[in-house]
Design a protein around this ligand. Structure first.
Ligand SMILES: [Ca+2]
Ligand SMILES: [Ca+2]
Ligand SMILES: [Ca+2]
Ligand SMILES: [Ca+2]
Length: 286
C-alpha cells in the first residue's frame, strides 16, 4: 500500500518533470540556445539564483516635455527613442539571494536620433557591482512572489522586479539633462528566471500593466514602464550640479530586446513615430 502510494507519487513527479521540460522546450524561443540559463525557472527560483552580471541589448522610449524658451513652463513634448542596436550595452548586476530578494544595479548606454539630432542616454554609474560608484548609481530589486492559494497558477514561479534609475541625456538643446529623483521602472510581467542575457530568452508571466502608456511587446520577454512625472535639470552654471529645471518626463518604457529579428520591427515602429512627430511639428509651425 505504502509502496503503491509512493510509486504513484514518483510517477506523478516524473510526469510533472517531463511535462515541464516539454513545455520549456516548446515555449523556449531560439534566444535560449544563445543565452545560457543562469537562474533556472521553477518555484522559489530567486532563492536558487547565484550572483552575477547579465548583459543584453535594449530599447528605451522616453517622452519628455522640455522648457526650451526658459519661461519655467515645459511646452515642447519630445519623443526620444534610444537603442543599443545589437550591442549588449545594458548590464545588470545581481547579488546573492536574501530571503527571496536579489539586490540589483543597472548600467546602460543607448543612442538615438531626436528632432534635435543625435543623442545619448546614460543610466547607472557605469560599474554594475552593487556599490555606489558615481552620481547616476541606479539600483533595484528582484523579489520572489508568494503563491496565492485562491488562484490556480503558482505565483511563486514568478518574481517582481524594478529599477530606481538616474539618467543623463546628452545631445539636447542647452546641454545634458539629468533627473534628481530616481524614476522607478517596474517590470510589467513576472520574471520566471534569468539567462546570461538577463530576462531575454525566457518566457515570463503574462503582461500585467493596466497603464495605457505601457505597451505590450509580444516578441520580448518583459517590459519595464514608468509614467509618473519626474523633473529634469541642466547644469547651466557649469559647476557640476544639475540645478536648473528644464522639463519633466511624461512616460518611459525600457525593453530588454531579443535579437536579431525583432529589432527590425522596433526600428519600423520608431521610424513611424518619428515621422508622426515631424508631421506634427511641421503642421504646428505653419
Ligand atoms: Ca516654456
Ligand atoms: Ca556601481
Ligand atoms: Ca496560486
Ligand atoms: Ca550647476
Amino acid at each position: 500500500m505504502n509502496i503503491f502510494k509512493s510509486s504513484r507519487l514518483v510517477s506523478r513527479s516524473l510526469i510533472g518533470a517531463v511535462g515541464l521540460s516539454a513545455i520549456a522546450l516548446l515555449g523556449s524561443p531560439e534566444a535560449v540556445k544563445a543565452a545560457d540559463i543562469v537562474c533556472l525557472p521553477g518555484v522559489d527560483w530567486v532563492n536558487n539564483c547565484d550572483s552575477g552580471i547579465d548583459m543584453f541589448a535594449s530599447t528605451l522610449d522616453l517622452n519628455v516635455n522640455l522648457d526650451l524658451d526658459g519661461d519655467g513652463i515645459p511646452e515642447t513634448p519630445v519623443t526620444l527613442e534610444a537603442s543599443s542596436g545589437s550591442s549588449k550595452t545594458t548590464q545588470v548586476w545581481r547579488g546573492d539571494p536574501m530571503n527571496g530578494t536579489l539586490q540589483t544595479e543597472i548600467s546602460l548606454f543607448l543612442t538615438g536620433t531626436s528632432p534635435f539630432g543625435d543623442f545619448q542616454i546614460i543610466a547607472g554609474d557605469g560599474n554594475p557591482n552593487g556599490i555606489n560608484d558615481g552620481p547616476l548609481y541606479s539600483e533595484g530589486q528582484i523579489t520572489q512572489r508568494v503563491d496565492d492559494p485562491n488562484t490556480p497558477e503558482d505565483e511563486s514561479v514568478f518574481a517582481d522586479s524594478f529599477f530606481d534609475v538616474l539618467f543623463e541625456i546628452q545631445g539636447l538643446p542647452g546641454g545634458p539633462i539629468r533627473n534628481q529623483s530616481p524614476i522607478r521602472m517596474m517590470g510589467a510581467r513576472g520574471l520566471a528566471g534569468l539567462t546570461e542575457e538577463g530576462p531575454v530568452g525566457l518566457p515570463h508571466g503574462p503582461f500585467e500593466s493596466s497603464d495605457p502608456d505601457c505597451k505590450e511587446f509580444t516578441f520580448v520577454t518583459v517590459e519595464y514602464c514608468y509614467i509618473s512625472n519626474t523633473e529634469v535639470f541642466q547644469d547651466q552654471d557649469g559647476d557640476g550640479t544639475f540645478e536648473t529645471r528644464v522639463g519633466i518626463t511624461l512616460s518611459e518604457q525600457h525593453i530588454p530586446e531579443p535579437i536579431p529579428e525583432p529589432s527590425a520591427t522596433v526600428s519600423l515602429a520608431l521610424f513611424g513615430l518619428a515621422g508622426i512627430w515631424r508631421l506634427k511639428k511641421k503642421h504646428s509651425l505653419k
